[in-house]
Design a binder for this molecule. Structure first.
Ligand code: FAD
Length: 519
């Protein structure tokens, strides 16, 4: 029996666990997760929790050093000082939260992470578009790529058109097609945004998290569960290795403080795009490209109050009311999702359009759109950030973070190439907003790090030439059995939500690792 240690329980660690365990009976997996288990089913999306208090508590517990009153119970040192300069999305904490031990990320201030079973996948929006054209990696041929994406879509429970009963979504699509169809290539026009989740018979949505990726692994009645162990509140402090092989990990139980060595035949590190390179660095695994080539897709966003006159052309008011009554049963406000995909050369952006009855922020008392009966649309255009070695995270051996790891500093700059694309995308976003209604928040570029999609810091490459951390199967250069997973492995400039792509690359890595363990 071969033992594989997986660090991190997000969608990527979970994809490794599932694929490895299903590859044959001679593998067992120990998954180690620094954060707490939040839901009865491990890794479920907290968006499915109906009770607002339970949901708020689950989100707070995911926020590591910002977990408030829960910190002591989560093993976060009591003297951790938090000065938080601005708020992170619920369920996440800013890496640069201020205070002793915080990362320094003035150029990437919105960088955020989650610490909980399921990782950010317990909080994500679940948008799962496929990458296109130059967003894809060059070293996987089209047939294999199709197969990997199909496997990833199955693992994540992706649905192409989960809001197919929504007349509001159909109206939004028609209006946006009217504005943009002539400028977009065949097959790449305005369409539905695939999302990870299972539409329920009563019209509600059960959003997917790492729970669906783990699937049978957490079902005690399934034989696969016998070979799977998930330990929450267990922080991996070091990867043990020598002579080009990983030998196991050093893990600390955050409930008791106890430290133990866990031997393993292979180690998979899927601890997000900042903490994966940090753990490698701390363990003395330091390829030249580690932490470098950081990209995210910059995002320009706006909020629109839908225009009644325009909408009534496509949706009778009674249909709208019937749809909103159906949606009122949802635990989560998103009720329709559209996109305009990336296409080269003229539309190097991914547009995401999310319908919601409520605005994402309170409108001023005197706003004429405060009680808009047609609801709101939050829209964003994601853009490319071209990879450069100088953008990235570095680690300081002399100064520790709040957990005693080498402190992070993030350096990151947009160049004239990105600035030009940002201006062009902002203009398109304004056009989209004006076509749909009234801009209640004008198009604006979000602070760096806001996308929550951090890539490149453990990037894959075809040769060990200092520009990549791992080979095309995610094995760290110079090692036989040390694997990295997560958005950090993506080497290209992408504009879309990356989790589907990272799960596809994880499936590839897991298949290869299973083969190599069999010898
Ligand atoms: P994570 O989910 O971040 O999990 C990593 C885990 O590793 C964490 O739980 C962490 O505690 C654990 N860990 C770290 N260090 C250690 C250690 N030393 N020892 C043990 N455990 C450790 N992506 C999309 O594609 N589409 C979306 O619509 C989308 N929306 C999002 C919305 C929000 C609000 C957020 C927060 C994220 C969103 N994302 C979205 C991003 C998506 O959630 C991530 O891409 C995905 O979760 C990455 O999976 P992962 O397993 O690589 O990392």
């Amino acid at each position: 029996m071969k033992t594989i240690c997986i660090v991190g329980s997000g969608p990527i660690g979970s994809a490794y666990a599932r694929t490895l365990l299903e590859s044959g009976p001679d593998v067992r997996v120990i998954m180690l997760e620094a954060g707490p288990q939040l839901t009865e089913v491990p890794g479920e999306s907290v968006r499915n929790l109906l009770d607002p208090e339970t949901k708020a508590e689950a989100r707070t517990k995911s926020q590591g050093p910002l977990a408030g009153d829960h910190r002591a119970a989560l093993g976060i040192p009591e003297d951790t000082v938090v000065e938080g300069s601005f708020t992170a999305r619920q369920g996440t904490f800013l890496l640069d939260y201020g205070g002793e031990g915080s990362a320094e990320a003035a150029q990437f201030p919105a960088a955020a992470a989650s610490s909980n079973v399921g990782g950010q996948g317990a909080h994500w929006t679940c948008a799962t578009p496929r990458p296109a054209d130059s967003e894809k990696v060059t070293f996987i041929d089209d047939a294999e790529w199709e197969d990997l994406l199909a496997a990833a879509e199955e693992l994540l429970h992706v649905h192409e058109d989960p809001f197919d009963d929504s007349p509001i979504a159909a109206a939004l699509q028609t209006i946006l097609e009217g504005e943009f169809a002539d400028e977009l290539p065949e097959g790449r026009g305005v369409g539905k945004l695939p999302v990870a989740g299972d539409p329920q018979e009563d019209g509600t949505m059960r959003w997917a998290g790492a729970d669906v990726v783990l699937g049978p692994l957490t079902d005690a009645s399934d034989p696969l569960a016998e070979r799977f162990q998930l330990r929450d509140l267990t922080l991996v402090r070091e990867i043990l290795h020598g002579d080009g092989r990983a030998r196991g990990v050093v893990a600390q139980d955050l409930r008791t403080g106890e430290v133990e060595e866990i031997p393993a035949d292979a180690v998979v590190v899927a601890a997000d795009a900042f903490r994966t390179p940090q753990l490698l660095w701390r363990s003395g695994v330091r390829p030249q490209a580690l932490g470098r080539y950081l990209t995210e897709h910059p995002v320009v966003v706006c909020t629109v109050a839908l225009d009644g006159e325009t909408m009534r052309r496509y949706v009778p008011e009674e249909d709208r009311d019937a749809e909103l009554a159906r949606r009122a049963r949802h635990a989560d406000p998103v009720a329709a999702a559209l996109r305009i995909p990336f296409s080269e050369p003229d539309h190097p952006y991914s547009a995401q359009v999310m319908y919601s009855e409520q605005p994402p922020f309170p409108l001023p008392e005197d706003s004429p759109h405060r009680d808009s009966p047609w609801g709101f649309v939050n829209m964003g255009f994601g853009l490319r950030k071209h990879p450069r070695p100088e953008d990235g995270v570095s680690f300081d051996d002399e100064r520790e973070d709040y957990l005693g790891f080498p402190r992070m500093t993030i350096r990151y700059e947009l160049t004239a190439t990105e600035e030009a694309e940002i201006s062009a995308a902002t203009e398109r976003l304004r056009r989209a907003g004006t076509a749909l209604g009234h801009l209640v928040a004008a198009p604006r570029l979000m602070p760096a790090g806001s996308s929550l999609h951090y890539q490149g810091t453990t990037r894959l490459g075809t040769t060990d030439d200092g520009t990549s951390v791992a080979d095309p199967w995610s094995v760290v250069w110079g090692y036989d059995n040390l694997v990295v997973g997560g958005n950090g492995v993506i080497p290209t400039a992408t504009t879309m939500n990356p989790t589907l792509m990272s799960v596809a690359l994880a499936v590839r890595g897991a298949r290869r690792l299973a083969d190599s363990l069999r010898g």
